[in-house]
Design a protein around this ligand. Structure first.
Ligand code: AMP
Ligand code: ZN
Length: 122
């Protein structure tokens, strides 16, 4: 099967560096939801080499600066789904950068703990 992240239209790239690029998520969970993706086809975060990881995280920081300027959110969630059991659907590593806005949900307590919805609020 062809990989959608190996075949992203170059015009959709927001920011990039030597090893990574960023695009807006096509089904955003919030305004400004971005994905930071390695240029190499790597399935799982834990398979990435150190240089790729460094460049991925540098780009996450740059995307955050950009999102601050454009969308001015009050917070962020950062997440990686590693493997089908953890909810990964596109089998090419990507880091979700999700801007968060005061009041976007009634009680945001627990944030990424919400991967197990019943356990989010502790
Ligand atoms: P995951 O469940 O972590 O594998 O997330 C896959 C993400 O990719 C989802 O948030 C989708 O909305 C997003 N997505 C799917 N196709 C595309 C695409 N062509 N361009 C950008 N984002 C996409
Ligand atoms: Zn790929």
């Amino acid at each position: 099967m062809t990989c959608i992240f190996c075949n992203i239209d170059k015009e959709r790239i927001i920011l990039e560096n030597e090893d990574a690029f960023a695009v807006y998520d096509v089904f955003p969970v919030s305004k400004g939801h971005m994905l930071v993706i390695p240029k190499k086809h790597i399935k799982n975060y834990f398979d990435a080499d150190e240089q790729t990881k460094t460049h991925l995280w540098k780009l996450v920081d740059e995307c955050k600066e950009m999102a601050d300027n454009i969308f001015a959110p009050q917070g962020y969630n950062i997440g990686i789904n590693c493997g089908e059991a953890a909810g990964q659907t596109v089998m090419h590593l990507h880091i979700h950068l999700i801007p968060r806005y005061k009041g976007d949900i009634e009680n945001p307590r627990g944030g990424v703990r919400g991967v197990i919805p019943d356990k989010r609020i502790y």
